[in-house]
Write a new protein. Structure first.
Length: 463
């Protein structure tokens, strides 16, 4: 695989050029060299390298000047690792602002060089997997992370760093941002041959979640007519995703903490200890720090889960990825719903870019699906998205995105938070004609959490 990757080394030190070239070629890469910024620019034009190792201080044209020229000339800047013998912090900051991937201070040991190069090229591989559908429409649809914005590249870097370890990961962000896809990407890039097991903590009744996770033996409790393997055991050496970890009962949080610490557990009703060998990825759209302060989440468990943290940005923070996402989601609609959309107009893309996307990528996906299913031909236009309000929220939800006034509920009485939440959920459900998907979107919670609240509060459509 390495021989498909091209590396350009730009340095005025001949001994470094020879040393790095010989070493990287021995690692299987195709290596080109240039002795100054001018030669480096020509080499980029002719060889189109995947990665540039670029010295900052050179005659004729410095590394920073070359980086500026490349940024002005090419739509896509090759991944660039800056090098200098001077450890110049200002130069490092400037290089990063220009789009450099990393910054190394000379002398760079060959082991360090190899590690940095390999990590950088793994980032390229992840980005290519995410965006393959843009130029290869003939390939089958595959759900995956999408994006080349710097915020998304940071996520790819973190995922790449997880190879070779089983550190717990906390994935957090607003509803609809694609946290589950990040969890899936972690699995596919660290233990793809092992099981991927997910559980939604909000969807499992509190009296059953221990059995779901740890399993149980026959007769352990009423209704346990047969032994059941829990997800901690079923995952083997793979990835266990704990979605909506904030909804896990405190008693179960204590037991999960022990599993993470000891890598061992007992199925319900059993005296035989089991081993946990997988990686835990916890997902939340809540602020766990705030939950800790109110006593609803264990601080020690938070520390154990937050070994590696990944923040998935809201769509409004990486709108540069919008076109890529739209193309991907059109392809998904064509695959899943058998629609036949072939293109989307620039006017439509511009309009989608002006929309606020409070429901993030999930809302974008719903909009693309709506437009695709209802399209009269094979092209999506601005009119295909008439159900969206420019710069705001969808017509279907606009009447309930603002909280109702207190007097609408209380008639002067003081409500408990529990009662207010119940009445507000009921208010939004009625405004949206009990469309649970849109209601969850407006409330900023997942569908399983909404179902749990409806059952808890005894809400019915005829109320």
């Amino acid at each position: 695989m390495n021989n498909e990757r091209k590396i350009l080394i730009v340095d005025d030190d001949t001994s470094i050029l020879r040393s790095y070239q010989k070493f990287l070629e021995s690692e299987g890469y195709r290596v080109f060299v240039a002795r100054d910024g001018r030669e480096g620019f020509i080499a980029v034009e002719h060889e189109h390298p995947d990665l540039i190792l670029l010295d900052i201080n050179m005659p004729v044209k410095t590394g920073l000047e070359l980086l500026e020229d490349l940024k002005r000339t090419f739509d896509k800047l090759p991944l660039t690792i800056m090098m200098t013998a001077y450890g110049d912090l200002d130069a490092a900051v400037r290089a990063m602002n220009l789009g450099a991937y990393d910054f190394l201070t000379k002398p760079v040991g060959l082991e360090k060089l190899c590690f940095t190069v390999r990590r950088a090229l793994e980032t390229i591989s992840l980005a290519e997997k995410a965006a393959y559908f843009i130029d290869q429409d003939e390939t089958p649809y595959r759900d995956t992370i999408v994006g080349r914005d710097a915020l998304m590249v940071d996520i790819y870097k973190t995922i790449s760093s997880l190879n070779g370890n089983r550190a717990t990961v906390l994935v957090y962000g607003e509803s609809g941002t694609g946290k589950e896809m990040v969890a899936r990407a972690i699995h596919e890039n660290t233990s793809p041959k092992e099981p991927f097991v997910a559980i939604n903590c909000a969807a499992v009744p509190s009296n059953l979640i221990e059995s779901e996770l740890m399993g149980h033996v026959k007769g352990a409790f009423t209704g346990a007519v047969a032994s059941q393997t829990g997800k901690l055991e079923a995952v083997r050496g793979g990835t266990l995703v704990l979605d909506e970890i904030s909804e896990m009962p405190l008693e179960m949080q204590t037991k999960l903490l022990r599993v993470i610490q000891e890598k061992k557990f007992y199925p319900v009703g059993s005296t035989e200890q089991k081993q946990f060998n997988g990686r835990i990825v916890a997902i939340t759209n809540k602020n766990l720090t705030e939950l800790i302060e109110t006593g609803r989440f264990r601080q020690d468990l938070f520390y154990r889960l937050n070994v590696i943290s990944i923040k998935v940005p809201p769509l409004r923070d990486h709108l540069s990825d919008l076109k890529m996402l739209v193309v991907h989601l059109i392809k998904k609609a064509n695959f899943v719903e058998k629609t036949s959309i072939e293109s989307i107009t620039q006017e439509a893309l511009d309009f989608l870019g002006s929309y606020s996307w409070p429901g993030n990528i999930r809302e974008l996906e719903n909009a693309i699906l709506n437009a695709s299913v209802n399209a009269k031909d094979k092209v999506l236009t601005r009119d295909s998205f008439a159900f969206l309000v420019p710069g705001g929220v969808a017509n279907t939800a606009q009447t309930c995105t603002e909280a109702p006034k207190f007097e609408d509920f209380s008639h002067g009485e003081l409500l408990t938070l529990h009662e207010f939440e119940k009445r507000y959920i009921e208010h939004v459900l009625k405004k949206l004609n009990w469309h649970k998907g849109r209601t969850a979107e407006v409330l900023g919670i997942t569908r399983p959490t909404l179902d749990k609240r409806i059952e808890e509060y005894g809400l019915t459509k005829n109320d």
